[in-house]
Design a protein around this ligand. Structure first.
Ligand SMILES: [Ca+2]
Ligand SMILES: [Ca+2]
Ligand SMILES: [Ca+2]
Length: 416
């Protein structure tokens, strides 16, 4: 079985389309960012550096996943190819559903090549109902240590093409908000989750009827377990977006069942207010200063500012009460509409800058805050924030004394 979704990677500000060369399971220990490393470029290669040396990452994949065994053809097991790339020192470990972690594996013996400690591949044969997991760990931090550090892993399932028992799921519940999706699956026997995830495009069923998730978004917030009661939250998700959900559970006999769903995450509404500034130093020791201020709300980040709204406070006299923090009311507010969030608009940032005018005989004094993220939380029970608050400290950027602060109040909520 092979997948042919195109994934996009942004490198150096340029969006590139890539195609996975190995199928991957969106499962418990799977980390999407690592899986993306083993992608093959399908676009023209002119003027493109495929991999800088620093881009080489640790990765392990399975070419066929899951392995599907055709009982009617007399098969009793099936095979995949495990492919990996790693640092010399990193440890390769493996386990199955019926055996605990063993390793570090002697890869020279396994793969029979001179550079097997850095890359290679080998076949793995499984019987239906058994899963195999390979993990690459930092040296000295294997799975049996008290502080394991997993660099990459893959979990391969093996199932019957036609389940003997087709009804594993006995009950389910679901829920979602603006940034998360939750699905509970109750099964009649203990099961593992072979596939679970959400994507913006509808999953395609392969020839065996197993859904293929194309460009899944978010990930399970907790490790998946072998249980008869799966409760899985997936985040972060884009608010106001239609998603498809697919899950496949499998039991120790190699049976499996698919569950699919679709939903639209709630839209987002947020407010950002600048109620007050605090003059710590008005810039003119002998008198009032003359301050002019700007306040910005934007998407994107410091180097890629997509301005939502700017506010301007014209020049006015400012005083600092003997440099002890004199507050002035500002009263600017951005009230956003309830709307869907586009990619790149997940995070909202604020900044402020000001000028203390000093006439024609000396240069003006300038101060600027750091670019500051509001930090909207994602996930069930935490995404709605009625009263967020932070302070911007605006320090001199002209090597002067001018110094002020800004109170920022914000809120975010999600509704259908
Ligand atoms: Ca001054
Ligand atoms: Ca003063
Ligand atoms: Ca002045």
């Amino acid at each position: 079985m092979s997948r042919s979704p195109r994934d996009q990677i942004i490198r150096g500000g340029v969006t590139e389309d890539w195609t996975p060369i190995a199928s991957t399971i969106y499962g418990s220990d799977h980390r999407r960012t690592l899986a993306l490393v083993k992608l093959e470029r399908r676009l023209p290669l002119a003027n493109v550096t495929l991999f800088d040396s620093e881009d080489i990452m640790t990765v392990v994949n399975a070419i066929t996943n899951p392995i599907v065994v055709d009982k009617s053809a007399g098969q009793t097991s099936g095979s995949t190819t495990i492919k990996y790339e790693k640092e010399k020192s990193e440890e390769f470990w493996e386990r199955t559903s019926v055996s605990s972690w063993s390793g570090p594996i002697n890869l020279f013996g396994r793969v029979q090549t001179a550079d097997a400690d850095t890359k290679g591949q080998f076949p793995e044969t499984l019987k239906p109902g058994i899963w195999y997991e390979a993990g690459i760990f930092v040296s000295g931090h294997g799975p049996l240590t008290t502080d394991p550090i997993l660099q990459s892993s893959v979990k391969v399932f093996c199932v019957w093409q036609k389940p003997v028992e087709t009804k594993l799921i006995t009950d389910e519940n679901r829920g979602f908000g603006g940034t998360w999706y939750f699905h509970q699956l109750h099964t009649k026997v203990a099961t593992d989750i072979m596939i679970i995830g959400v994507s913006r495009s509808k999953p395609v069923l392969d020839s065996n009827g197993i859904p293929q998730l194309k460009s899944p978004e978010g990930k399970p917030t907790a490790p998946l377990a072998n249980t008869n009661d799966h409760q899985v939250e997936i985040n972060p998700l884009l608010p106001g977006t239609h998603f498809f959900f697919a899950a496949v559970v499998t039991d120790s006999a190699g049976n499996w069942e698919v569950k699919q769903d679709e939903f639209t995450t709630f839209r987002r509404q947020f407010t950002v207010q600048f109620p007050t500034i605090h003059i710590f130093n008005d810039g003119d020791p002998g008198s009032y200063g003359e301050g002019e201020f700007w306040f910005r709300v934007y998407f994107g980040g410091p180097r890629n500012q997509n301005v939502i709204q700017d506010f301007h406070m014209p020049t006015q006299d400012i005083d600092d009460w003997g440099e002890t923090d004199r507050p002035y009311s500002v009263g600017f507010a951005h009230v956003g509409a309830l709307k869907a969030v586009d990619p790149g608009q997940e995070e909202v940032w604020v900044s402020s800058w000001g000028v203390e005018h000093d006439g024609i005989f000396e240069p003006d004094e300038r101060a600027h805050s750091r670019d500051t993220i509001l930090g909207f939380p994602v996930g069930r029970n935490v995404e709605n924030v009625p009263g967020g608050f932070l302070k911007l400290d605006c320090v001199t950027t002209s090597d002067d004394d001018f110094h002020y602060g800004v109170d920022v109040q914000w809120s975010v909520s999600y509704m259908a």
